[in-house]
Design a protein around this ligand. Structure first.
Ligand SMILES: Nc1nc2c(ncn2[C@@H]2O[C@H](COP(=O)(O)OP(=O)(O)OP(=O)(O)O)[C@@H](O)[C@H]2O)c(=O)[nH]1
Ligand SMILES: [Mg+2]
Length: 201
């Protein structure tokens, strides 16, 4: 999970993990780590290591160390944090600089519950996010609200789908399973376990 401070990265993780929302003023110190079993739309399950990084500038060097080896990076911007979009390109560059090969990339526009958010009443406009998304080569934008839960399941289902694609690619006879992703036997999967675990490694 990557993005400037206060865009809602931790809140998205919390929604995934416990299906709750806490309006907390606590900023992440450095990076938090979670293991999460994610279910793809076709029912297959993958265990992901998810790193919830701090958006605070003072942790940037520390945080970038966690980008290394990531299979997928989730970039988060939000309507009430205008610099979250202006800094998106440098965040993308930073992640690519630390990952070889570069990870898959998802773009999330969070806090769609804010009144008037989708009508352009906030500093950050949806059209500007769409333009940046196209420019930076993202396939699509996930619209989410950690507060209401809207869009969160869809986001992580697609994450699971993409990560499963990576596992399949590494599944040749001579190749080892991908170091950072692991298929989980469906029988071992417990729905309550969904999301015990946020950048996916
Ligand atoms: N209305 C609304 N508020 C949200 C949402 N997501 C997060 N917030 C609030 O936004 C603030 C920041 O949320 P965090 O999840 O801590 O943000 P963060 O990106 O993890 O911030 P850092 O850890 O500092 O990088 C908190 O007050 C949250 O309650 C959302 O979807 N809607
Ligand atoms: Mg946080």
């Amino acid at each position: 999970m990557v993005g400037t401070s206060q865009v809602g990265k931790t809140s998205i993780c919390l929604r995934l993990k416990t299906n709750t929302f806490i309006d907390s003023a606590f900023s992440t110190l450095g990076t938090d780590f979670m293991l999460s079993k994610l279910k793809s739309p076709d029912g297959r399950v993958i265990q992901a290591r998810i790193f919830d990084t701090s958006g605070q500038e003072r942790f940037s060097r520390l945080v970038s160390g966690f980008f290394h080896g990531s299979d997928l990076a989730i970039f988060v911007v939000s309507f009430d944090e205008i610099e979250s979009l202006s800094e998106l390109e440098s965040k993308v560059d930073e992640v690519d600089e630390h990952c070889d090969p570069p990870p898959l990339k998802f773009l999330v526009l969070n806090k769609i519950d804010l009144p008037g958010a989708l009508d352009g009443s906030w500093p950050l406009k949806r059209e500007d996010v769409e333009a940046a998304s196209e420019e930076l080569g993202f396939d699509r934008i996930y619209l989410t609200s950690a507060k209401t839960g809207e869009g969160i399941s869809e986001l992580f289902e697609d994450v699971a789908k993409e990560l499963l694609g990576l596992v399949r690619m590494d599944d040749g006879e001579d190749s080892e399973p991908h170091e950072t992703t692991k298929l989980v036997d469906h029988d071992d999967y417990d729905d309550e376990d969904m999301g015990k675990g946020c950048c996916c490694k």
